[in-house]
Each structure stands twice: as structure tokens, then as C-alpha cells.
Design a protein around this ligand. Structure first.
Ligand code: NAI
Length: 304
């Protein structure tokens, strides 16, 4: 099989000054991409900022013979996100790949959560992905080509104590990924989400005994594949960490059908819970219309 190369394609990686993002930027550059290395350079909770983190990644790429430019903007504002893509356009003339990776943590139990921590986390993860991806999407639509990788998390998809803000933002990113995939399909724009696990400054106190076995570099190959021209998959969620690569999916069963025009009682619902909740058979719809088609089929079958 052929090598995966980026051949001077332009890739934007947010939060590429350290952790996972840095590995993505280095790998995409090593495979020939011209990379916009975006990083605010703050701390894990999003406070502060410095150019040194993005500069260090750019220096590593240049030292290895690659091409890269630094961007110190915060993705948390619409202006910041737009400026990240402007950097790509001004420096390299286009944008082919966006890896939405920038992130912060403000963990608190739900009872103690404050709205400042909710807004701060939403602004970087979920709104940040909007801010960067929308101007990029417009360029990709014109070009008839694009690849998006969104960074979700098991904390949102499955739940994790103390992370209502983070979990909601991360699951929101799955929704954003889904719709970008639907809208981008006819323009050869592919959109996927990953839920990574890796040893970074964000997780070094959280991973316990697994910490030695979850290198960020084990996540990188999946991101490089999803960012590549040969990636035919879109609209999918990939879980990745410690050498394991797997699919997370949202499926739906046939459920229980009360009958055409029937309005069941709450007791009917209770009495049919086993059919409603049974996941012996399910499908993975690729749009809300596809899910609605299940009802359409049941209505049709029940028609007289
Ligand atoms: P990290 O803290 O090393 O990397 C995040 C980077 O984003 C930092 O370099 C930071 O300066 C940058 N950043 C933060 N706010 C920014 C802003 N407003 N604008 C631009 N850059 C900003 O942490 P890590 O682990 O590499 O995280 C990368 C992504 O992976 C995050 O979205 C995180 O939520 C996600 N993730 C990581 C997991 C892990 O096990 N490491 C687990 C699940 C998700």
C-alpha cells in the first residue's frame, strides 16, 4: 500500500504547543504538511498565555526540515478562531485539514460547579471548534476538499465525575462533528471525532497505574490517518489510547411501537420497558432522517 503523505497540504492544529497536539503537528509536518501551530500557551485551567509553546513546536518542525508557522490566538473567541485560519491563508494560501485539539480543564462536582467554569470550558472546546472550523469549512467548500478531526472525550460520551462542563462540551463536539460530516459530504469534506487517552500535563495526575502505557504518540497515527486524503470514513467517533483503536457509536433499536395513532399510558411504557430498551438489534443512523425512517417503516407496516 502507498504511504500516507500530505504533500504540502495545509493543516491547522489547535493546542499544538504541547501534549497530543504537538505530536499531531510534528507528524503531519513529517509527512509533508505545512502546519499552523496554534497555541495560547496558558496553563491547564486556561489561565495565562505565552508564545513559547507554539514557538517550540514550530522550531522542532523547522529543525526536522518541515514547514510551520506559529499562531498564538485563543480559539475561545470568534476573532481568535478567525485569525487562526487567516494565518493559514496568509502564510500558506489555503487550509486542507483542521485538527480541533485545544483544551482546558475546570473540574468541579456538579453541586459546586460555577458558570464561569462552564463558560470557560465551553468557550475553548465547543465554541472554539466552531470559531476555527467555520471559516475553514467555507474555504474547504470552495476547494471541494477538507478533513476535520474534533477531539471529544470518554468523559462526555460515557460520563466522568466532576466534569459536567467538560463532558457537555465534549459531547457537543460529537454533535458538531456529525452535522459538519452531513453538510460536508458532497464537498469531499470528511469529519470525525476522537476520544483519546494519553499521558499529558492534563492527565498526569489522573491516569493512575496506566500512565506508563499511554503515550501521546500512540494517538497520533489515527489522527494522521483521519486527516489524510485517503480517509474515506466520515461521521464516526474513534476511541484511541495505549495502542487500542476502536469505534464508539450511537445506535438505536426498533424499540416498542404502540401502533399507528396510538397514545399509550405511562403504565404501557413501564410494561414495555424491556422492548423499548432492548439492544439485541440496532442500527447506527447516519442522519436524523435515517432514524426517522424506522418510524416510517413501522407506520407503513401497521397501515391498513
Ligand atoms: P494539553 O494541556 O497538553 O494540551 C492542550 C493544549 O491546548 C495546551 O497546549 C494549551 O495551551 C492549548 N490551549 C488551551 N486553551 C487554548 C485556547 N483558548 N486557544 C488555543 N490553545 C489553547 O492536554 P492534552 O491532553 O494534550 O489535550 C488535548 C486535547 O485532548 C484536549 O481537547 C483534551 O480535552 C483532549 N483529551 C485528552 C485526553 C488525555 O487523556 N490526554 C483525554 C480526553 C480528551
Amino acid at each position: 500500500m502507498s504511504q500516507i503523505v500530505f504533500d504540502r497540504q495545509v493543516a491547522v492544529v489547535t493546542g499544538a504547543g504541547g501534549g497530543l497536539g504537538k505530536t499531531y503537528a510534528l507528524e503531519l509536518a513529517r509527512r509533508g504538511a505545512r502546519v499552523v501551530v496554534n497555541d495560547l500557551g496558558g496553563s491547564v485551567d486556561g489561565s495565562g498565555g505565552a508564545s513559547s509553546m507554539a514557538d517550540a513546536t514550530v522550531a522542532d518542525i523547522l529543525a526536522a526540515g518541515g514547514e510551520a508557522v506559529a499562531s498564538y490566538e485563543s480559539v475561545a473567541t470568534p476573532e481568535g478562531g478567525a485569525a487562526v485560519i487567516e494565518t493559514a491563508l496568509d502564510t500558506f494560501g489555503t487550509v486542507d485539514v483542521v485538527v480541533n485539539n485545544a483544551g482546558i480543564l475546570r473540574d468541579k462536582s456538579f453541586a459546586n460547579m460555577d458558570m464561569d467554569s462552564v463558560h470557560a470550558v465551553m468557550d475553548v472546546h465547543l465554541n472554539g471548534a466552531f470559531h476555527v472550523s467555520q471559516p475553514a469549512f467555507r474555504v474547504m467548500k470552495e476547494n471541494g476538499y477538507g478533513r476535520f478531526v474534533f477531539t471529544a472525550s470518554a468523559s462526555g460520551i460515557f460520563g466522568n465525575f466532576g466534569q459536567t462542563n467538560y463532558g457537555a462540551a465534549k459531547m457537543g463536539l460529537v454533535g458538531l462533528m456529525n452535522v459538519v460530516a452531513v453538510e460536508g459530504a458532497k464537498y469531499n469534506i470528511r469529519s470525525n471525532a476522537i476520544a483519546p487517552v494519553a499521558r499529558t500535563r492534563m492527565t498526569e495526575d489522573l491516569l493512575g497505574p496506566m500512565i506508563d502505557y499511554v503515550d501521546p504518540e500512540q494517538v497520533t497515527p489515527l489522527v494522521a490517518y483521519l486527516a489524510s486524503a485517503g480517509c474515506a470514513e466520515s461521521h464516526e467517533i474513534w476511541t484511541v489510547g495505549g495502542g487500542r483503536y476502536a469505534r464508539i457509536f450511537v445506535g438505536v433499536n426498533d424499540g416498542w411501537f404502540a401502533g399507528r395513532g396510538e397514545v399509550p399510558t405511562a403504565e404501557d411504557i413501564r410494561d414495555h420497558l424491556s422492548e423499548i430498551r432492548d439492544i439485541g438489534e440496532f442500527i447506527i443512523p447516519m442522519s436524523s432522517t435515517e432514524e426517522l425512517q424506522i418510524l416510517g417503516r413501522l407506520l407503513e407496516a401497521d397501515g391498513t
